[in-house]
Design a protein around this ligand. Structure first.
Ligand code: ATP
Length: 236
C-alpha cells in the first residue's frame, strides 16, 4: 500500500533519516517506534510531502508520491500531525469541513465522522480550542478521515493524554483500520503502539534497526529494555 525505499533526509548537516525502507501492507497497522529525536516526525513529514527527501522514493500502490502536500492528499495519504494542529478558533464542525476541503468526493463525510466520534457531534458548535486534549486528538483524527484516506499517517496521537484516553485513541485507531484504512502509527508509547500493530519498525537515530510483527517486537528483550520499561508485564 505504502512503499518507502531508501529514504534519506537531512536538516543541513543533521541527517534525520538514513536510507529508510519499509512497506505498509494494505489493511494493516504499522507502528514506528523510537525515542525522542529518532527521526519519526521527519519520516512522517517526508511521506506527507512537507519535507523533500534528498534520496529515495515513496509509492502509494503503483503511484510515485511527489513530495507536494496536496498531491499526497489527492493520492489518499493523509497526515494527522504531532500536536494536532486543529484550528482552535473554529468550531468542531468547521474543523471537520476543513479536512474535506481538498477532496471532491466527500464521502464518507461528516456523518461518518460523527458516527465514529459521537462526542464530536455533541460538541459540533463548540470552539475546538476549548475542548480537552483527548477530544482535540479525536477531532484531529476525524478531520484526517474527512479526506477519505486509504493511508492514515498518525504522528504521536497519544502524546500528552491520560492513560484511559490513550486506550480510547488506540481503540479508535483499530476501528479505523477495521474499516479498511491502512495506518502508519508513529509513537513514543511503544507498548501501546506495538499492542495494536500488525507490524512494526524500531527507528534509532534515523535508521531502522529492527522490524517484526507487533507481537514479536513487544516480546523482544532489547526493545523491552529500551522502550517498554524493562519488564514484559509492566503496563504504561
Ligand atoms: P520527537 O518524538 O521528539 O518529535 P522524532 O523521533 O519525531 O522525535 P524528529 O523530530 O524527526 O524526531 O527529529 C530527528 C532529528 O532531526 C533530531 O536530531 C532533531 O533534533 C532534528 N530536527 C528535527 N527538526 C529539525 C529542524 N527543523 N531543524 C534542524 N534539525 C531538526
Amino acid at each position: 500500500m505504502l512503499k518507502i525505499e531508501n529514504l534519506s533526509f537531512s536538516y543541513g548537516k543533521i541527517q534525520a533519516i538514513k536510507n529508510v525502507s519499509f512497506e505498509l501492507k494494505k489493511g494493516e497497522i504499522m507502528a514506528i517506534v523510537g525515542a525522542n529525536g529518532a527521526g519519526k516526525s521527519s519520516l512522517m513529514k517526508c511521506i506527507a510531502g512537507l519535507l523533500k527527501p534528498q534520496n529515495g522514493t515513496i509509492y502509494c500502490g503503483d503511484t510515485l508520491l511527489e513530495p507536494i502536500p496536496f498531491k499526497v492528499v489527492e493520492n489518499k495519504v493523509v497526515l494527522v500531525p504531532e500536536g494536532r494542529w486543529i484550528f482552535p478558533n473554529l468550531t468542531v464542525e468547521e474543523n471537520l469541513m476543513m479536512g474535506g476541503y481538498t477532496v471532491n468526493d466527500r464521502s464518507p463525510g461528516i456523518q461518518h465522522a460523527y458516527r465514529m466520534f459521537p462526542r464530536l457531534e455533541e460538541r459540533k458548535q463548540q470552539r475546538a480550542g476549548t475542548m480537552s486534549g483527548g477530544e482535540q486528538q479525536m477531532l484531529a483524527i476525524a478531520r484526517g478521515l474527512m479526506a477519505n484516506p486509504k493511508v492514515l499517517l498518525l504522528d504521536e496521537p497519544s502524546l500528552g493524554l491520560a492513560p484511559l484516553i490513550v486506550n480510547d485513541i488506540m481503540s479508535i485507531i483499530q476501528e479505523i483500520n477495521r474499516e479498511g484504512i491502512s495506518v502508519l502509527l508513529v509513537e513514543q508509547n511503544a507498548r501501546k503502539a506495538l499492542g495494536i500493530a500488525h507490524h512494526g519498525c524500531v527507528l534509532e537515530q534515523g535508521v531502522i534497526v529492527k522490524t517484526g510483527t507487533g507481537a514479536e517486537l513487544a516480546q523482544d528483550e532489547s526493545i523491552i529494555a529500551a522502550y517498554l520499561g524493562g519488564t514484559k508485564k509492566k503496563e504504561q
